[in-house]
Design a protein around this ligand. Structure first.
Ligand SMILES: Nc1ncnc2c1ncn2[C@@H]1O[C@H](COP(=O)(O)OP(=O)(O)O)[C@@H](O)[C@H]1O
Ligand SMILES: Cc1ncc(COP(=O)(O)OP(=O)(O)O)c(N)n1
Length: 269
């Protein structure tokens, strides 16, 4: 049996709904072996982010080296990177280990408004990491910051996807959670065609960590050899199940249910 390996380079969420914790749970549910390099520790729960403790660049590099020198990775996801120094170090390590299946989730601001990326680090993301990305998965506000345009309809989202593709990203997924209306569209652009992945909006406040979970599912599928298009479809099914069967824990925006997708697969088998 081949073991497929997925690495997440991201921040830790003590509440377990987003960040490294969401990524590792998702990798496990999709049968990819999960590994991590922690860029920052957040004190966080369903009510918000209480504190952020960034790791040193040396600590981030050392974790990646431990993995690169021994286990290797079939796909890599980046999440909260916090500073331009960490972004540059991560980009250099990705190049050093010649990792190619890279999913960049350009995490900027948590649901409660806490900043997870310093403002001055946006340029470093564009200069150093986007050209290495097989897929980038911004939500609408993140796509607006990266493209310096405002996005209020699907046409503008398509224009933003083209701009991001021109920055060197191979595939762009602009997620639709922050859009308007009952129909929710995640948009995939591969440089030639657009694919619209649609679903009904689920009315719940328990959406903490949806972006991390979606990108982690995508990464797990890429680690197993899926095409980007197939991986996005599975990731959408994974997050849909995780939101539909939310856990109703905590007093704020609760986490999604990372075992719901697998549970459904077993029930339908
Ligand atoms: N209320 C919802 N109902 C159904 N799917 C949702 C809902 N909110 C988010 N999603 C899905 O979760 C994923 C993350 O979306 P989004 O909220 O845009 O990103 P982020 O969590 O990074 O802000 C996307 O696949 C999106 O379609
Ligand atoms: C440590 C950490 N990383 C990323 C996020 C953002 O997660 P996301 O999936 O975008 O979900 P919300 O925070 O917007 O609910 C985070 N909160 N913490």
């Amino acid at each position: 049996m081949t073991t497929y390996k997925a690495l997440t380079i991201a921040g830790s969420d003590s509440g377990g709904g987003a960040g490294i914790q969401a990524d590792l749970k998702t990798f496990q549910e999709l049968k990819a072996y999960g590994m991590s390099a922690i860029t920052a520790v957040t004190a966080q729960n369903t009510l918000g982010v209480q504190d952020v403790y960034p790791m040193s660049v040396a600590a981030v590099e050392a974790q990646i080296d431990s993995i690169g020198a021994d286990l290797g990775a079939d796909a890599v996801k980046t999440g909260m990177l916090f500073s331009s120094e960490i972004i540059e170090a991560v980009a250099n390590k990705i190049k050093q280990y010649k990792w190619e299946r890279i999913v960049v989730d350009p995490v900027m601001i948590a649901k409660g408004g806490a900043s997870l990326l310093q403002q001055q680090a946006v340029q470093a993301l564009k200069d150093h990491l986007l050209p290495l990305a097989m897929v980038i998965t911004p939500n609408i506000p993140e796509a607006e910051v990266l493209t310096d345009m405002s996005i209020s309809n699907l046409d503008e989202r398509m224009e933003a996807a083209k701009k991001l593709h021109k920055m060197g990203v191979q595939h762009v997924v602009i997620k639709g959670g922050h859009g308007e209306g009952e129909d929710l569209v995640d948009l995939l652009y591969d440089g030639q065609e657009f694919l619209y992945i649609t679903s009904k909006r689920i009315h719940t406040k328990n959406t903490h960590g949806t972006g991390c979970t979606f990108a982690a599912a995508l990464t797990a599928q890429l680690a197993k050899g899926s095409s980007v298009r197939q991986a996005v479809v599975v990731a959408k099914d994974f997050i849909q199940a995780a939101i539909e069967e939310d856990l109703k824990i905590g007093n704020g925006h609760g986490p999604t249910n990372h075992w719901a997708y697998h549970h459904r697969q077993k029930e339908n088998a």
